[in-house]
Design a protein around this ligand. Sequence first.
Ligand code: CIZ
Length: 311
Amino acid sequence: MSLDLFLDDKELVARIKDLKKERNAVILAHSYERPEVQDIADYVGDSLELSRLAAKTDADVIVFCSVHFMAETAKILSPQKTVLLPAAEAGCPLADMITPAQLEAEKAKYPKAAVVAYVNCSAEIKSMADICCTSANAVQVVNAMAQDEILFVPDQHLGRWVQTQTDKKIILWAGCCPTHQRMKVSDFVNLKKEHPEAVIVVHPESNEDICNLADAILSTSQMLRYCQASSATKFIIGTEMGMLHRLRTAMPEKTFLQPSKGLICPNMKMTQLEDVYESLKELKHPIEIPELIRMKALKALDGMLAAVPTK
Ligand code: CIZ
């Protein structure tokens, strides 16, 4: 560890800002990142919002504080830019729950099905899909497909939730997010007893029994807009705890409660201010994707953007 890492947070933040200017860089942070990392970022959002911002910016360097597949998505959309993942080890267990060989075998079982890949997967899986989707647009993407059968990978819970909203036949892959899996029905029930006026909002990566308790099932970007538009002032939020910092920052006048204490994604919490500083200073850790894979993955992402244009 270099000596200049023994800096207090104020000094680190000042140096990060200087380096950002020098490098013509932009810092993006996912809503599940540590509060201090969200606070230093130029933009906080979901994976697709951030990747699209990355593609539009004039910055030469994009420091993507998140996990590997998210930084990869930014690189797929912006191959000419330097995309950095500050914490090299930050992966996604859900993304790792399907391999290219497994998807190849599954596609052979369902030759008539369209493959819809949730963005939480590797560039290689995206390159094998007909189209990508996010948790915000999965239903619209599935409904836009010509095929009646959809092989939905890798998140079974998002796929199951989509099945409740469409007439298409969804074939599920058994992946799941271990962080959302840790939420317990009893935690929601107990908190709701204490705060009967609170509105329950959960992410579609949650188990079915949790979704059944919810007033709204929404992606992180939808959660923010929903809570802003709602006349309610108290919410129970069923997703990774970083999102609570984002909601509290955007709406300090409202109350956001967590059903299960310490609902932390260990990968999202790997990025610390020191990593952001090192990343900018040493250009660590650049994302590279073989061009053939990148181009095929781009087709699946572009297909989604054409099927469901976002503002
Ligand atoms: O795509 C994302 O950013 C994730 C992981 C969740 C969401 O709902 O935004």
